[in-house]
Design a binder for this molecule. Structure first.
Ligand SMILES: Cc1cc2nc3c(=O)[nH]c(=O)nc-3n(C[C@H](O)[C@H](O)[C@H](O)COP(=O)(O)OP(=O)(O)OC[C@H]3O[C@@H](n4cnc5c(N)ncnc54)[C@H](O)[C@@H]3O)c2cc1C
Ligand code: SF4
Length: 493
């Protein structure tokens, strides 16, 4: 612990984001970076707790408390305070293959469980993390590490999202020859075609890492759908000694109400993917929100990304419908530290909408009942109703429409952002692997073995829709188990 009194002397500070009305004019990242001296002061706030809850990564009440990849947070906080950046980077890379991604997009369960946050604002762990890795890139400390020896074993990774990338990086480190198959034109999964550019820059940050991985010996085969037009599952099984399936949970939840087939109603991912493609490939078609009243159904992070994207297009208005009640401003009595804080979060999209239109775009305890057309096949409005939540006879909370609350809301673009329902089944069937009751791939957490020997599964396709940091945890774990399967034992963490 660098400075025992640091937490009493200094207050939490993060760099100010770019101003909302400025940043909606472009697609550049909105977070700014902090100067080293200020970061050192923030590192000095860490108390080097006897039990550092920040790096525990356990589930409490079903939510992650602490870092799911067990980052050695107190150690690198101290090293940053002592100006030992190179050593801080070495510590960070012990547990995290890609801190430049988590340092930008992770919701930071570490900060929610930081001991300091039980009586003062948490240590700025996420900001210190991204600063360490960016300093590493700036100094040239992050370079391709080609394995000294190859095992002669070949592994196929199917899907190049965060689970696939971390599995590939670890398997390559163990000396296996890794090929990553990706059906999209560029690697990254939802890091590429989900999370928008203003949160994670595709060229400057994501493709910088992919280039390094290629230099380390990993092959990326894009535009190649496994079990589809790219390569058959049988061919894959015969060409490779083992397979790690990391295909994500890509089946979107639909809203099959009256008027669903009208033009102008899209899944959020259609909107977000086409938008990023258009940024990367000039002339590529996208769904524009320019001049439209946009209604987003779903109040989560995907919905927020739709808000930010619609604003950058120049929408006329934006509303985000959320069926759940608004979370409290502070922790409630049944949500104590170190649990994940279930509190109201004003994310970047809501901040931008408030700056542009004067109010938070979220409308709570409200759901859509039907879509109205304009007579020419296009959506013109969404009919909504407010709901009340109460327990039914089985003890489950269910929403009931409140009479007299029906409303007609004009909309020329509707985006469905209500979550995902597991992996697409044809590929799962082609592998002959079993699924669980939620249609995710059946494989235990920790072993990642599917019901077919030599085939492992990790990330959202196994766990269900989750977070980048959990995909990293699972990709690393599946790599370790795959290595053990191939070699009889494994030294991978
Ligand atoms: C819009 C959006 C925003 C999000 N924002 C955040 C955030 O800010 N922070 C956060 O922590 N989490 C966020 N998440 C969640 C996070 O992105 C996911 O939990 C994570 O990406 C899951 O990783 P994965 O590798 O399991 O799957 P994915 O990232 O979904 O990657 C799966 C890949 O497999 C490919 N694939 C599928 N089938 C095949 C096939 N047959 N052949 C070849 N390739 C195939 C897909 O094209 C895809 O590239 C967000 C999710 C969405 C949808
Ligand atoms: S819980 Fe917070 S104060 Fe304690 S070691 Fe972790 S970052 Fe430092």
């Amino acid at each position: 612990m660098g400075k025992p009194t640091g937490f009493m002397e200094y207050t939490r500070e993060v760099p100010a984001d770019r101003a909302p009305l400025e940043r909606v004019k472009d697609w550049d990242e909105f977070h700014l970076h902090m100067v080293d001296d200020d970061l050192r002061t923030q590192g000095a706030r860490c108390m080097d707790c006897g039990i550092p809850f920040c790096h525990s990564g356990v589930l409490i009440s079903g939510m992650a408390s602490g870092c799911p990849i067990n980052n050695l947070i107190p150690e690198w906080n101290d090293l940053v305070y002592r100006n030992l950046w190179r050593q801080a980077l070495d510590r960070l890379l012990k547990t995290n293959n890609f801190p430049e991604f988590t340092g930008r997009v992770c919701p930071a369960p570490c900060e929610g469980s930081c001991t300091l946050s039980s009586f003062d604002p948490a240590v700025t762990i996420k900001n210190i993390e991204v600063s360490i890795i960016e300093r590493g890139f700036d100094e040239g400390w992050v370079a391709a590490a080609v394995p000294a020896q190859r095992t002669g074993k070949k592994v196929a990774v199917v899907g190049s999202g965060p689970a696939g990338l971390s599995a590939a990086a670890q398997l390559n480190k163990a000396g296996h020859l890794v090929t990553v198959f990706e059906r999209a034109d560029l690697p990254g999964g939802l890091l590429m075609y989900g999370i928008p550019n203003m949160k994670l820059d595709k060229r400057k940050v994501l493709l910088r890492r992919i280039k390094l991985m290629e230099e380390e010996g990993i092959t990326f085969q894009c535009n190649c759908e496994v079990g589809g037009s790219g390569i058959s599952v049988a061919q894959l099984r015969s060409d490779f000694d083992a397979v790690v399936v990391t295909v994500g949970a890509t089946k979107p939840r639909d809203l099959p109400i009256e008027g669903r087939s009208l033009a102008g109603i899209h899944y959020a991912m259609e909107f977000l993917t086409a938008n990023t493609k258009a940024l990367l490939h000039e002339g590529s078609d996208y769904i524009t929100a320019a001049g439209k009243d946009v209604i987003i159904i779903g109040g989560g992070d995907t919905g927020t990304d739709c808000v930010g994207t619609s604003l950058r297009h120049g929408c006329a208005s934006v509303t985000q419908l959320e069926i759940m009640p608004r979370s409290p401003e502070g922790r409630s009595d049944d949500n104590p530290w170190p649990e994940w804080p279930k509190v109201n979060k004003v994310d970047y999209g809501q901040e931008e909408a408030a700056a542009r239109f004067g109010a938070d775009p979220r409308v709570y305890v409200t759901t859509a009942t039907s879509f109205e057309g304009d007579g020419a096949g296009n959506v013109a409005a969404v009919h909504t109703v407010e709901v009340a939540w109460s327990k039914n006879d089985n003890g489950a909370y269910v929403p009931t429409p409140i009479p007299g609350t029906a409303q007609r809301r004009p909309a020329q673009l509707v985006l469905l952002a209500m979550g995902f329902l597991g992996p697409e089944q044809p590929l799962v069937e082609a592998f002959g692997i079993e699924t669980d009751a939620r249609s995710n791939i059946k494989a235990d957490f920790g072993t990642y073995s599917t019901t077919v020997p030599g085939v492992f599964a990790a990330g959202d396709c196994r766990r269900g829709q989750s977070l980048v940091v959990w995909a990293f945890n699972e990709g690393r774990g599946a790599a370790r188990e795959c290595d053990r399967y191939l070699m009889g034992n494994s030294e991978l963490p």
